[in-house]
Design a protein around this ligand. Structure first.
Ligand code: IMP
Length: 423
């Protein structure tokens, strides 16, 4: 038996979808434990290319139970759209199950997100994620998946009551125009409710049974460590916990059952939304070139991602917070097309004025990176063994491993499932 956790080590978009898709081939259960449809996990396999937002990337293995656990926030219309897309391309949804304790992203959450993040102060995905988690913690105005099991009239009454409260709140700030018409929205929800009832199940029992039967369980994180609401670059974070610590808590898995914690990182860094980014490439042309080479545009929003070099001090922090046992390094093939590659191994010594404070997230915006430069290494998409890698690429990989003190177990050399070096 083993429990494996896959988490992002940066600001999301590290390529977790590909790694989960790969590992799910031998997993009995895959659990998505946090976030909502702000995430976009790209998977390319024998069924085609998918951008998954809510459905666990294990869905392509018909033997695997795919669970959406209680830490996830679900926008029902988006989930249904995703389910339709997957089914229409020949995959079964039979083993998809949703926890009744997961929360629902309601139309007013999306309106509140738009009202709050006007001007992109945080640069949210505008999917209503923050307002939904706020209501979850607030308790009075929250909807859980289990509420869909209420009698239809009871559901309608609760919906209309909260709609009216939210409308009053939004009217007070002259933002009520952002709220969609109640009857159309309600109809949409009632239709969705009808379809989703079949998938609501006691996911906790499935997990406990898998643990008891010593089966393979894979916990799939969304976003990345630096977006964690408690351990990330607050306030420029998402509203959920994204780390391995959260994976156990939100899946009701005892930490002692976990044998592998795989941290996924790109071979460079990207970020969408606002917030500090020490290794951002300030030369516009150079940054744009990397964005285009890496196709760094959001899988969820299509927004261009800001690009920078790999930041080892931040990566070291993320490895420590997650207690990472091994690393999956993705998109190293993208860097191969550059004449030279930089790597931030440390921050400048004068940044000692702004110490990282016992390895905490202090003063990130004040840090000045120092860079090592590597000559480019050319095309590596065809490499299947470490020994196939050109010497400059190998040096880059080995330096990362040495400086982080953590083995790199997977090196992804392209978007497709087969384009990977496994150690
Ligand atoms: P929210 O999660 O939509 O509230 O957005 C908060 C911050 O997290 C913004 O900077 C978003 O761009 C970022 N974010 C949320 N989800 C993802 C993701 O899956 N990948 C990358 N950034 C994300």
């Amino acid at each position: 038996m083993s429990v494996t956790i896959v988490v992002g080590l940066q600001w999301g978009d590290e390529g977790k979808g590909k790694i989960v898709d790969l590992l799910a081939q031998s997993a009995d259960v895959v659990v998505r434990f946090n976030g909502g449809n702000n995430a976009g996990h790209t998977v390319i396999n024998e069924f085609g290319k998918f951008a998954l937002h809510l459905i666990p990337a294990g869905i392509f293995n018909p033997e695997t139970h795919c669970l959406i656990e209680r830490g996830v926030v679900i926008h029902l219309p988006s989930l249904l759209k995703e389910m339709d897309e997957i089914e229409s391309r020949g995959c079964s949804l039979e083993k998809l199950k949703i926890s009744p304790f997961a929360h629902l992203v309601m139309p007013w959450h999306i309106a509140e997100d738009a009202a709050r993040d006007k001007g992109g102060k945080i640069g949210t995905t505008l999917r209503g994620i923050g307002p939904c988690y706020k209501d979850k913690a607030g308790r009075w105005q929250a909807f859980r998946v289990g509420d869909l099991l209420l009698h239809r009239d009871e559901f309608i009454a609760k919906f209309m009551t909260i709609y009216a409260e939210k409308q009053r709140e939004l009217t007070a700030t002259k933002q009520d125009h952002l709220l969609p018409d109640p009857s159309a929205t309600l109809t949409e929800f009632l239709d969705a409710r009808q379809r989703i009832l079949l998938y609501i199940d006691q996911t906790g029992k499935i997990i406990q049974r898998a643990l008891a039967n010593k089966q393979e369980i894979l916990l799939e994180g969304a976003q990345g460590t630096l977006l964690d609401v408690d351990y990330g670059t607050y306030p420029y974070v998402t509203s959920s916990n994204t780390t391995s610590l959260a994976a156990c808590m939100l899946s009701n898995i005892p930490p002692r059952e976990v044998s592998r914690i795989i941290g996924v990182t790109k071979a460079y860094t990207t970020r969408v939304g606002a917030g500090p980014f020490p290794t951002y490439i300030t030369n516009k042309e150079e940054e744009e070139n990397l964005r285009i080479l890496g196709n760094e545009f959001g899988a969820t929003t299509g927004r261009p991602r800001q690009c920078g070099w790999l930041d080892l001090p931040l990566l070291e922090y993320a490895c420590r917070i997650n207690n990472v046992t091994e690393i999956a390094l993705t998109k190293i093939d993208v860097l191969g097309a550059l004449p030279e590659v930089r790597l931030c191994a440390d921050y400048e010594s004068e940044s000692a004025e702004y110490p990282l404070g016992e390895g905490e997230m202090w003063y990130i915006e004040k840090q000045k990176p120092t860079f090592e430069t590597y000559p480019g290494w050319g095309a590596i998409k065809e490499c299947r063994f470490r020994s196939d890698l050109p010497k400059n690429a190998l040096r880059y990989v080995q330096d990362i491993e040495r400086l982080l003190g953590t083995p790199i177990r997977y090196i992804s050399t392209g978007a497709e499932r087969k384009e990977i070096i496994t150690l």
